[in-house]
Design a protein around this ligand. Structure first.
Ligand code: ATP
Length: 146
């Protein structure tokens, strides 16, 4: 099958750009698989793992939300923030997870604070999972559970 031009950009930088075989993105209503010649589409993404498949290899990228657009010539993700697995700072994600858990365990008086802490926790957990997957793929020992 003809490859699919795929790009992920944030306001700050281009996170990924390549010709790929398939993209699986975290759509608001679940995993969204995009193959070459997909019909035009614009959809929102939720925080989570975006997987890119190319030549039998798979790359995992964290996206914190944004939009995916299937254009006639390429597929573009405009992400709020995005990091490739190897770019994820595990200590920072661990600290964010701890902070969010402490907020949720403490007295959360405002509904809004609780929602923010939950969203922050979801981002941290997704980053940790993707970083761990990336390390395993690169044959490096895992960091979690030690
Ligand atoms: P934190 O609480 O650690 O700031 P956050 O989820 O609130 O995390 P975001 O608002 O999603 O952070 O991202 C802000 C910027 O920091 C973005 O450029 C994002 O790519 C980067 N970033 C956040 N967490 C990490 C991480 N663990 N590793 C690498 N980059 C990160």
């Amino acid at each position: 099958m003809a490859p699919l031009r795929f790009e992920i950009v944030t306001a700050e930088r281009q996170v990924y750009a390549d010709e790929v075989d398939m993209v699986v993105a975290p759509g608001l209503e679940g995993q969204l698989g995009i193959l070459p010649h997909h019909a035009p589409l614009l959809t929102a993404l939720q925080p989570g793992e975006l997987r890119v498949k190319k030549g039998g290899e798979e790359v995992s990228i964290f996206v914190s939300g944004g939009f995916l657009e299937v254009r006639p010539d390429k597929v573009v993700v405009l992400a709020s923030t995005a990091e490739r697995a190897e770019e994820i700072d595990v200590s920072r994600a661990e600290a964010a997870r701890k902070r969010a858990q402490e907020r949720l365990q403490g007295r959360v008086e405002e509904e809004l604070d609780s929602a923010r802490a939950k969203a922050s926790l979801a981002r941290a957990m997704a980053r940790l999972k993707i970083a761990e997957k990336g390390r395993r793929r690169r044959g490096q020992p895992g960091l979690l559970g030690q």
